[in-house]
Design a protein around this ligand. Structure first.
Ligand code: SF4
Ligand code: SF4
Ligand SMILES: [Zn+2]
Length: 266
């Protein structure tokens, strides 16, 4: 029997994402993205609100934020559809951005590499060093027109930032609300969509995956998008198949966790 795809495209799964198991961690993440987008769009339409965010507005894409490993795997999968030239251009950009970042913040790079901090400690550290919101280094996926080149698979934070109450409810206004929105220290809470329960769900998903995968040794939110991209760039340059994630894509979620647990000796 044919089934509609978990990603919410409305197509049959066999026509849309035939190579991803419908109960995999990846499918769950696609589904969460889709429900978040729907919640945001429905809220804006129902309340006749003009969203703050629009195409070509990219201040928030120069920020320093964390995404999970799973979210980055989805992005990498998207690159399968890119030409080799386009992937090469992307990785050139990643390399030059990483060099700039390394030069500007050598201690942060060091801390990433030794994985010394939890993400909260690291965020506090970055805040003290006045880095948050001020890296001025664009996300490598921002294109020449200041648009997101991976829009359909952009991470949860890129979908919720500036559009939902999730970021407001996190409570740390200085770096959780876009400065373009919060210019006078004021913003209208009613102009942000309610999607808080989805945020809890995303946190649960990310935390569970994180625990199963790393047994507490890495950052909770994985790494910044630039660091993820840089790690993949290195492996790509060394000739590794950067899409070697069978368990995440092709197996149901339970099997994936059992596999990861066996790897960390639980
Ligand atoms: S969060 Fe701010 S910078 Fe980002 S798209 Fe929205 S208004 Fe623009
Ligand atoms: S993934 Fe896209 S939306 Fe998110 S920071 Fe990068 S360019 Fe911006
Ligand atoms: Zn699909």
């Amino acid at each position: 029997m044919s089934e509609k795809c978990f990603c919410g495209s409305g197509l049959e799964q066999s026509q849309c994402h035939p190579d991803i198991h419908k109960d995999s961690v990846i499918a769950k993440t696609y589904n969460l993205y889709n429900r978040l987008d729907n919640a945001v769009n429905e809220y804006f339409q129902k309340n006749d609100i003009e969203p703050y965010c629009r195409a070509g507005c990219s201040y928030c894409c120069h920020d320093f934020f964390f995404i999970s490993d799973i979210e980055f795997d989805i992005i990498i999968k998207e690159l399968e559809g890119w030409s080799k030239n386009k992937v090469n251009r992307l990785f050139q950009k990643v390399e030059s951005s990483w060099k700039k970042f390394e030069k500007k913040y050598p201690m942060v790079v060091h801390d990433f590499q030794v994985q010394k901090f939890t993400s909260t400690q690291l965020m506090n550290e970055l805040d003290r060093a006045d880095i948050i919101n001020k890296t001025s280094i664009p996300c490598p996926f921002l294109d020449k027109e200041d648009k997101c080149s991976i829009y359909n698979v952009r991470p949860f934070i890129c979908r919720s930032f500036g559009t939902t109450k999730i970021t407001i409810d996190l409570g740390v206004v200085n770096y959780n609300i876009c400065e373009l929105i919060n210019t006078q220290g004021q913003y209208d809470k009613n102009k942000f969509a309610e999607a808080t329960s989805l945020s809890d769900e995303s946190k649960d998903l990310v935390d569970t995956i994180f625990d199963a995968r790393t047994n507490g040794r890495h950052y909770k939110r994985g790494a910044t998008i630039l660091y993820h991209a840089y790690r993949h760039f290195i492996r790509y340059k060394q000739g590794f198949n950067i899409l070697n994630h069978d368990y995440k894509f092709n197996k149901p979620i339970g099997e994936y966790f059992r596999y990861m647990a066996s790897k960390i000796g639980k």
